[in-house]
Design a protein around this ligand. Sequence first.
Ligand code: GLC
Length: 798
Amino acid sequence: MITNTELEYKGDLYPTAVSSVQQEADSVFFHTDNNVILKITVLRDSLIRFRYTTKGYFSNDFSYAIDKSQSHGYNFLELIEQKTFYQINTSKLICRVSKTDLKILLTDLDNNVILEDELGFHWEENYNFGGNIVKMSKVSHDGESYYGLGDKASHSNLKGKRVENWAMDQYAFHKDQEPLYKVVPFYIGLHNRKAYGIFFDNTFRTNFDFAQERRNVTSFWAEGGEMNYYFIYGPQMADVVTTYTHLTGKPEMPPMWTLGYHQCKWSYYPESKVREITSKFRELQIPCDAIYLDIDYMDGFRCFTWNKEYFPDPKKMVAELAEDGFKTVVIIDPGIKIDKDYWVYKEALEKDYFCKRADGPYMKGKVWPGECNFPDYTNPEVREWWAGLFRELISDIGVKGVWNDMNEPAVMEVPGKTFPMDVRHDYDGNPCSHRKAHNIYGTQMARATYEGVKRFAYPKRPFIITRSAYSGAQRYTSSWTGDNVASWEHLWIANIQMQRMSISGMGFTGSDIGGFAEQPSGELYARWIQLGVFHPFCRTHSSGDHGDQEPWSFDEEVIDITRKFVSLRYQLLPYLYTMFYEYINDGVPMLKPLVYFDQEDPQTHYRTDEFIFGNHILVCPILEPNAQGRRMYLPVGNWYNYWTGELVSGKKELWVKTDYDQIPIFIKEGGIIPKYPVQQYVGELKFDEVTLEVYYKLGKEKSFLYEDAQDGYDYNKGRYSFSTFTFNGKENQLIIQQHKEGKFEIPYSKFKINLHGLPFQVKTIYIDNERAAADTIQFNGNTLFIDKDFTELHITGA
Ligand code: GLC
């Protein structure tokens, strides 16, 4: 593998002075004497694209990451010429382009510098491969912080670090390991309380240096392709993240069962073992919705086949598991075994769908089945064929989800652990080498899988999970963080990775709970479950070459803790589902790091452990053995200790005492948290009431509740229910107003309202302006029942 540094270095090249400027609709083109063109496109008033070429013309504009279904539009755009620079004004930003060297300066309308070129755009001709190594450097200020970049296993604030984006199978990775499985070339900068984002949409190997090499410089570069980045202005981090997520796309609603608990291992077989595992969950009353079959379910690791000795009648097994509430998810890898008697291999060979080396032969590499060829998922025809392969698994056998692994792509026993760089790819009609297609390969595999599962699962929703991903993959798939380790350090890493993925547009992610490699102690497993139930994707997985990793592999206490926390997750399903809805609708990250929650407070800039789950629940995991509690930071606002009910004011560090079966959880005052009864799987119970936990606040607060049929697409036709609850607390009264949208008929009739922290004794209760008689609302202590369609609940105190 040739890396940047091994190439013969002939010096950097820079743009010369601007020779002409033209505006065409939303774009302004700046030409220099040395054939550089900078194209600046205003997509929104706070979203600007910068594209550079050194050839005097632009190549075909194609991106897998950008969601083409999203619309953009700006309110205002003007181009002004000044003595030494050109200036583009939008209603939110000013962008100056220097006439002498094409350097960019971005400011807000008050002339506060948001981001400024240091050397700006420069490049180095790539003599070995053609094209350029394209580079960008920006000024980095003292006190500036950096976040984002997907699955990086480093401190959440990336200041002082250099990261590399090259999808890589990293078994048992460690803290600060580079590169990892996913590629999300998007970061958020925070300086002077203003946040901005950069999305460098380039699938070649990229690097980002956040003031590591030079103290006041942040730079990013790619080994080929174009300097092509999007600048997103906040000033709130929330604006940056939602705009980025809008740009690269959002998923559809997942079936609700996918938000339940999943159990996995490499591997559960034969069938009797699978049934033993699922029965044990029911026996111990630990809720569980999904059981996974790892590679051993296949016949010799051939995708789309079954080992009939282990699984003589998969259809019957899958159906019987389904009767007990278990959805079956199976693994499908990209490597197709070279075997002339294997139908998938034969078909792909006949149709010429495998990736080829530059000189013609098929790309051959070893994975689990031995020597394999690999479909070129960057070819739309191949994706279509691949999608069709899922017919039997999904339509006939009844599998509910597909797990895509090894799609970095991973190759065994070779340096670099992947394809040679000369391998050719279609890249949707923009033919290229593996240098360009590598980082997108996994996403295109997951996309093809998604198309297939969606087609055959219809009218139900599909479920896909992938290991490798590039920006935009969230439109098709959920993900997990790959082969982690059963260690306390990895628990810390998992917590950061999930927050980071959330603010990088890919929120539907989880870690292998308990750790994939090595064996967790019961205590570590318990601490991991306690965190994992607050991650959008919640699955225990392990490599199986050590001991077992089912909850009952540990002692009674761990079983009880697992039951308690997984049950809590099931109670919180409507809350989690609502978080998901805000994510797919508005791009709001499901987990919010403290810096996202309050960027004004510098104390949050280097916090790693605490995060907000949804809008109102603050979670802080226990990351050390033998803890009786921990020190943590509570951000701005007043918070109820979930376990004790005590109200604590934030913006301070505090010691929180917790028992072994607890972790610090706080509820933001004013929050209304919906809860379902505990079910052993989604849809197990029919219930007539939903609980609303109401946390009193002096003042106003909004909460939401989204519901639909929990599967299917009717929600797209307006059959959903979205309630906005406005809480308004005064000294001796409180008012909760409900505003409802959508046409979904909710199957339950009432809310059970639990009032927490009321500072007064309840005297009267009015529902929709009518005084409620005690017997109609069953008022009891701080609990009352009320029709689910209420519009106003007004409680006054004595
Ligand atoms: C890879 C995956 C892991 C899986 C194993 C066998 O290591 O990351 O999750 O269990 O392959 O398929």
